[in-house]
Design a protein around this ligand. Structure first.
Ligand SMILES: [Fe+2]
Ligand SMILES: [Fe+2]
Length: 243
């Protein structure tokens, strides 16, 4: 949790949702990067308690703390969780990160040339992942949910535009691997995900945001590749045996 004495830079690099909160209070991330939160609030005549409260609310709404009983979820419920939590996060966070990257690269790429590559990679990641989410939500997830909900009544797998659910699953897993490679490269470009000492608050917010994104991505892919997809393949083969 952020504290009164932490600098703006520290706060935004530790909490990916903090930058948006501070900006809503008109706290400039660049010019006030080194100021403790308390000082920035005093100078702007803001109630520091109110700012801290909003920061804590935003932290509590960040994805990360998954429900502990996911293993007991039905596939339909797991899909609902994936879409409402992880897909929603990707759709909100990637446009925000690409926008920040664009700003930071425009300002600091002379001194940190890797920022231009980071900007391009985030753009690419957004295009790839947005298309990926659509395919899951339009094709694969509805098929799995139908199979799951009607499992008792069905005498064979539902009709689909593929011969086996393993086909779109393989494609989705390959796409996850491609996104993973982009995220790995982003991490290596960002070193240990610590911005340079001279970095402004927006720069720090970019690195904090990328770290948060990676953590969410790992959990998202784990739920799909290790839990949902193997169960879907298993159920399809059980239904095929009923024929
Ligand atoms: Fe997904
Ligand atoms: Fe996926």
């Amino acid at each position: 949790m952020p504290t009164l004495t932490q600098s703006i830079r520290e706060i935004v690099s530790n909490q990916s949702s903090a930058a948006a909160v501070l900006q809503r209070f008109d706290i400039d991330l660049c010019s006030r990067a080194d100021e403790p939160l308390k000082q920035a609030c005093a100078e702007l005549q803001l109630s520091v308690d109110q700012v801290l409260e909003k920061l804590s609310d935003a932290a509590a709404n960040e994805p990360g703390a998954e429900p502990t009983d996911l293993a007991s979820y039905s596939m339909s419920r797991l899909i609902q969780h994936l879409v409402r939590t992880h897909h929603r996060y990707v759709r909100r966070e990637l446009p925000r990160l690409t926008e920040i990257a664009h700003k930071v690269a425009g300002k600091h790429s002379k001194r940190s040339p890797e920022l231009e590559r980071i900007e391009r990679l985030l753009d690419e990641l957004r295009t790839e992942m947005f298309a990926h989410l659509e395919k899951e939500e339009q094709v694969l997830f509805p098929f799995i949910a139908e199979m799951d909900q009607d499992a008792v009544a069905l005498s064979s797998p539902p009709r689909a535009c593929f011969r086996s659910v393993a086909q779109p699953i393989r494609m989705m897993m390959l796409e996850d691997d491609a996104a993973d490679r982009i995220i790995e490269e982003l991490r290596s470009l960002a070193g240990q995900s610590e911005p340079p000492k001279w970095a402004c608050g927006t720069y720090a917010a970019l690195y904090g945001g990328m770290r948060g994104f990676e953590a969410d991505f790992r959990q998202h892919v784990h739920l799909e590749d290790d839990i949902l997809f193997p169960r879907a393949i298993e159920m399809e083969s059980a239904l095929n045996q009923r024929r």
